[in-house]
Design a binder for this molecule. Structure first.
Ligand code: N2P
Length: 365
């Protein structure tokens, strides 16, 4: 070997080692998930185990996530839309099919949940269930008792009946800033199909929501957790696990705040949040490793134990706290399941009506 050739091969060997080293350090996955939705030690453990750094951002609205996904180039490798949004995003070409050969832990998933999520993602080709839960009523037991003379909340009437909600105005009412969660609840309360696309029926939901609008302090999809826990509000239409997290925070604060959650008897929405990989993700291998890690029974059980939502992983149930697994408001029993309905994605025309309606409701005009 000539001197020059020797130098060249030494240089390329050095470059190769250097690039490999840089590559190993560089492994990253950009995750965009709902706020208050994970025990952060899970992220640290994932990085320890795989060497993959996690950049973890949060949102509290399907609409925000959807805007980013439809614009493209979000920079995210794993996102978690709810099923009804996922379905139309799949249609729009936003996601790539999962490589199931990289997801051996899929065998831990729960067929009962997969059958339901297949409604949004036929064959579950694009997504894995993260958590699922309901839309219901979170409330401050003592304050509601003082204002209404009862702390038995078993009906949407406490919220949709203006006379009742007026009594809770001063102690504070928050509502999810989420048309696809609240409008179906209004339709259901009115005895109509929560999936109605009839403009007349949606107008009826608008009418009833405008009647209670003066008694609503805020539309927001995550602040109600602390607001309930601190005793700043007495009622929130919110997501099950978030209300249970409020209950835990209130217990920890030991200020005497007691929080209840009701799945109203008229019916409540059951939703499924699904992990998926955008078509333009830059770290596809890392995204699959993340998904596979989240399907480890101990890992996803740890998440459920912390966020107080049920997950779609059957094998994880042996690691879930008994009190959670046996709480029908988290893991519904047959009687609770009877009361739950799912919602379908809105077609573009209905979506325009819903968006317009929602603006009117939130602005109160
Ligand atoms: C997480 C709430 C997610 C439920 N805090 C709505 N999909």
């Amino acid at each position: 070997m000539t001197r020059k050739a020797l130098w060249l091969s030494a240089t390329s060997a050095f470059l190769a080692v250097f690039t490999l080293g840089a590559h190993a350090e560089d492994r990253v996955v950009n995750v965009f998930n709902w706020s208050d939705y994970i025990d952060s030690s899970i992220i640290d453990d994932f990085t320890k185990e795989t060497g993959i750094k996690v950049v973890y951002d949060t949102f509290d609205s399907n609409e925000i996530l959807e805007t980013k996904l439809l614009a493209g180039g979000s920079g995210y490798d794993v996102v978690v839309p709810s099923g009804n949004f996922l379905a139309r995003q799949i249609q729009a070409g936003v996601f790539q099919k999962l490589d199931k050969s990289k997801l051996p832990n899929i065998s831990n998933m729960w067929d009962t949940v997969m059958e339901r999520t297949a409604k949004y993602d036929p064959g579950n080709e694009y997504s894995i269930n993260y958590m699922w839960g309901t839309v219901g009523i979170g409330y401050n037991i003592k304050k509601v008792q003082a204002a209404l003379g009862t702390d038995k909340i078993d009906s949407w009437d406490v919220f949709f009946n203006p006379e009742s909600l007026a009594k809770l105005k001063d102690c504070g009412v928050y509502v999810l800033d989420s048309p696809a969660d609240i409008i179906p609840a209004a339709l259901k309360y009115l005895g109509l199909d929560p999936n109605s696309t009839s403009p007349d029926e949606i107008a009826k939901a608008e009418e009833i929501l405008l009647k209670v609008r003066p008694y609503i302090r805020k539309f927001h999809s995550s602040e109600y957790i602390n607001a309930l826990a601190n005793g700043d509000i007495c009622l929130a239409v919110g997501w099950s696990g978030d209300v249970f997290q409020a209950r835990n925070r209130a217990d920890e604060a030991k200020q005497g705040v007691e929080i209840g959650y009701s799945v109203p008897k008229e019916g409540a929405q059951m939703w499924f949040d699904q992990m998926a990989i955008p078509a333009d993700a830059q770290h596809v291998a890392e995204a699959h490793e993340f998904l596979n890690y989240m399907m480890k029974p101990e890992v996803i059980a740890k998440s459920s134990n912390y966020v107080l939502y049920a997950n779609g992983n059957k094998a994880s149930q042996q690691f879930i706290d008994k009190a959670i697994l046996e709480d029908p408001a988290i893991y519904p029993d047959a009687a609770t399941l009877q009361k739950l309905y799912t919602v379908s994605p809105y077609d573009p025309k209905t979506q325009r009506i819903i968006t317009r309606t929602w603006t009117k409701i939130v602005t109160g005009q």
